[in-house]
Design a protein around this ligand. Sequence first.
Ligand code: NAP
Length: 452
Amino acid sequence: MLRVAVVGSGPSGCYTAQHLVQLDPGARVDVLDRLPCPYGLVRYGVAPDHEKIKSLQGSLRTVLEHKRVRFLGAVPVGPGGVPAARLRELYHAVVYCVGAATDRHLGVPGEELPGSWSATEFVSWYSAHPDAADTGFLRGVRSAVVVGVGNVAVDVTRMLARGEGELRPTDMPHTALTALAASEVTEIQMVGRRGPSQARFTTKELRELGTLPDTAVHVDAAEAALDPAFADPSGLPPPRRRNVEVLRGWTAPPRPDARRLIRLRFFLRPVELLAVDGRVGAVRFERTAPDGEGGVTGTGRFEDVEGQLVLRSVGYRGVPLEGLPFDAATGTVPHLAGRVLRGGAVAPGEYVAGWIKRGPTGVIGTNRSCAKETVTSLLQDAPALTARTLPDDPLPALRAEGANPVLWQGWESVERAESRLGASLGRGVVKLPDWESLLTAAREGDGADPRP
Ligand code: NAP
């Protein structure tokens, strides 16, 4: 009987587990996560006001509740946790679905000034990630600059513009709700280094910016028109054409009565973050011009954009995993159809799926086909892999390695605690924002955990 460890319980991990139990009627799968909570970026990355995407947790839940799937939360793999080599001994196969855990850097002076944060840090804070720090993101902020024009940039821009009435029904932690509700941000500039037709956001997400209450959106027609496709988008591929059409609709002067203004800027690349009183006060951009091949060149002209908060939203990046090969150029693990490659040769029993396999691109659903490819490879290899006899249950061995897993009952106890917290605040479910409260709630429910 095939026994597999899936490391990571986000969409790619859950889809991997799902394909395994669906395609192999005997397979047993343990889904490990370093956090006590499942669902990865669906819980800690999808914006709290995107309830429809969040509701995907329901289908991921069905996977983790499958009788041949077991969730083991709070089990880190690698340094300080279960060594990857030990995991390999305890299972026939290990599939790493650990995503892209860090953010890319701009590599410009001033990037580390107080007030300059990666979008990931801001997202983690309002998503109640237990590793997130409350850095006082919004204190004294009147205008914000978001660098990058992908969907994460759209998410953080939208969250900065949302009012209390729209945030209160979400599950965001109460401190973040209070801070965002009291925010005095009146202008948010979202800035791309290339043109409108090269922006990475998707049209649905872009269009949503135009629906925010009390918020105007503006695109400077002259600036956007540096992109020849802005005047005539008809030759663009449909997703890009639709983006440009939405942007063209925002060139009229913004409503003067709106409380907040979102400005979408283009052809500006960040060269330095400027300090005012020891904190970031502005971003210096160089004006760029299209090079005719989809890229841009510098023009030697500069513009300073004021902002007491700078969110760098220039993409995620995978981090190396102990004992696994890593391609530093792409931030991914080299693989062949999901099989990990060491020095060009397949490493038996080791697999990858999701962002650590293909890089941080695509929507949640992209992980389904990605996971399926990996599982297909794994099942082809299964006859050789299962020749090895394993102990009945790897749990005692994991515990011997120092792991104290949060089982599914423990997670359900966290869910109950989050409902209670919300009720006490006159809200719906409100997420627990720190390790201590999560683990306390989880252990209350871990009645089934036999560890003394
Ligand atoms: P992304 O789509 O790769 O966008 C990154 C942005 O940063 C691009 O505009 C890129 O510009 C810019 N950039 C990169 N390096 C830069 C630099 N040195 N200086 C200035 N700009 C720079 O990344 P993302 O927004 O983090 O999203 C990651 C993935 O998650 C995407 O597939 C996204 O669609 C997905 N996602 C989806 C949703 C949703 O569906 N609602 C929400 C969030 C995220 P260039 O194009 O010029 O490189």
